[in-house]
Design a protein around this ligand. Structure first.
Ligand code: NDP
Length: 498
């Protein structure tokens, strides 16, 4: 890895991959530039892993899983390692936040929170380590008990949006359950996860228990998924990647958790606290430039509230400071890549040509100082029809469609008219209505007057938003498999009369 701007950020990344407790240079000759979305300049470059390096990472994780140095650790001792990681994340919070902001364009005031949340994930699952229990059934002449056992090597594939935090949630749960890891960050934003390896080392994880390999999904990611010694895949990413991973995992029948995209509906009811709901929808739709899987991107609102609600949102959106993600005053950063910005603006233009109206935003920001970056302002579209791509597809950027509804049943029907089912939002002060709506929403997560998840909240999708759950006690089921043991207590009766 060639370091350019990293020195300014007081960050010293060493090599391209962390395998078997050693830093190694990537074997693929074609170095990939890691770009800063603020100015599209390279931060550094990485030589991706070869198939042989991926194989080495999996083999060492496999061998370590069976090694007493790992397998012999009690659950609570694995928990202690996670507590130590949490401490070290907090100690190096500024380093991680700086790296993440440079790499992803997320403002540093947010990446500081993401690092702190990553530490909380470590602590939450550290608390679970050693508390994973099975069941017992008395069956008369015999009894049965179950053990929840680790899978072995977990292949974790992480996207570029908030990579540290998305890695941390699965990593912590997997380790608490006793698995060893091969982690692949996105080649678009791998820096914080590479830096994480130094913390793992310092915390005292046995060499080989945690391996980090970088490279694109279609090469390095595929090699991990298809490796016969990888016993479970945790994939967070887009629906297309999820399809590919499922297909790749077929040959080895490797179970996969898929945490995929969303197209979150927001239903605003008439009985709301107005200012709270305006602020809430603004956050759900535009926080972290809506490069957030659980962003709210389709707003449903009673017609009589439509005009004033949008005017109030637009007025507030216009005040959100955009700028260099490394500055503490910046609240909205650039989109991840120039290509993504171009594609999203293209989708907005297309919707306009099909009859939608751009209420605000919709174009690349060309303000002096921001024009080199991938900035897109909060964008609101009205007169959108359900057959338009902006209404149905996950754009993964700051574009909110607005549709008026007649009665609440119509709002629910429109909200559920999506192939996705990750997060839904309801704004109401009527507790019964809130629960009825939560009941009716076809999604894995419903937030009533609320936004955002945390370690304790099970998270995952319905429909094409995925399979499985991260966070909370549910995660302990994803990272363990059940062994059922039955013991005969009386003399065995043969089935043969011989
Ligand atoms: P991608 O699906 O493009 O990539 C996600 C990760 O998978 C990357 O590391 C990528 O590698 C890798 N990958 C891609 N294709 C394959 C493959 N065939 N085999 C193995 N690995 C593969 O998603 P993005 O990075 O663009 O992330 C954005 C998406 O993630 C959005 O759809 C978002 O909604 C979703 N997401 C879901 C979350 C959830 O919890 N449900 C949370 C956060 C994001 P590389 O990039 O190096 O090529």
């Amino acid at each position: 890895m060639t370091v350019t701007q990293l020195a300014d950020a007081k960050v010293d990344l060493e090599m391209d991959h962390y395998i078997a407790g050693k830093w190694v240079k990537g074997g693929v000759d074609d170095a990939v530039d890691i770009l800063n979305p603020f100015d599209n300049q390279p931060i550094c470059s990485i030589n991706p892993a070869t198939d042989e390096q991926v194989d080495e990472a999996v083999e060492t994780a496999y061998a370590t899983f069976h090694d007493p140095a790992w397998k012999g650790l009690l659950g609570r001792e694995k928990g202690t390692l996670l507590y130590r990681v949490a401490e070290l994340l907090r100690r190096d919070l500024e380093i991680f936040a700086t790296l993440e902001s440079m790499d992803t364009g997320i403002p540093i005031r947010e990446t500081r929170m993401e690092v702190a949340t990553s530490a909380l994930h470590m602590e939450y699952f550290a608390g679970w380590a050693g508390k994973i229990e099975g069941s017992y059934q008395d069956l008369g002449p015999r009894f049965n008990f179950t053990r929840r056992e680790p899978f072995g090597v977990i292949g974790q594939i992480v996207p570029w949006n908030t990579p540290l935090k998305l890695m941390a949630r699965g990593f912590a749960a997997a380790v608490a359950c006793g698995n060893t890891m091969v982690v692949k960050p996105s080649i678009v934003a791998p820096l914080s996860i590479l830096r994480f390896a130094r913390i793992v080392e310092e915390a005292g994880f046995p060499a080989g228990s945690v391996n980090i390999v970088t490279g694109s999904g279609r090469t390095v990611g595929k090699a991990i998924v298809e490796h016969p010694k990888v016993r479970k895949i945790i994939f967070t990413g887009g629906t297309e990647g999820g399809h590919e991973v499922m297909r790749q995992a077929v040959e080895t029948v490797t179970p996969t958790v898929l945490e995929l995209g969303g197209k979150g509906p927001i239903i605003v009811c008439e009985d709301i606290d107005w200012d709270e709901a305006v602020d809430g929808v603004l956050t759900q739709a535009f926080a972290r430039k809506a490069e957030v899987c659980f962003a709210g991107t389709r707003l449903f609102i009673p017609p009589k509230m439509h005009d004033k609600f949008l005017a109030d949102m637009e007025a507030k959106a216009a005040k959100i400071p955009m700028g260099n993600p490394l500055e503490g005053t910046t609240q909205l950063g650039p989109l991840m890549t120039a290509k993504r910005l171009e594609d999203i603006v293209g989708e907005v233009d297309k919707a306009e040509s099909q009859g939608a109206s751009i209420y605000c935003g919709g174009k690349k920001v060309m303000e002096p100082g921001l024009e080199q970056g991938n900035f897109m302002p909060p964008t609101i579209l009205t007169n959108v029809r359900p057959d338009m791509e902006v209404y149905q597809e996950e754009l993964f950027g700051p574009v909110l469609t607005v549709t008026p509804y007649g009665d609440i049943d119509e709002a629910v029907a429109m909200a559920n008219d999506s192939e996705f089912g990750l997060a839904s939002y309801v704004w109401t002060n009527d507790v019964r209505k809130g629960h009825r709506l939560a009941d009716a929403m076809e999604s894995g997560n419903v937030f009533i007057n609320s936004y955002g998840y945390q370690s304790e909240i099970p998270f995952g999708g319905y429909k094409m938003s995925g399979i499985g759950r991260e966070h909370g006690a549910e995660a302990m089921h994803e990272y363990t498999q059940v062994k059922s043991i039955t013991v005969g207590m009386e003399r065995f009766q043969s089935r043969f009369d011989i």
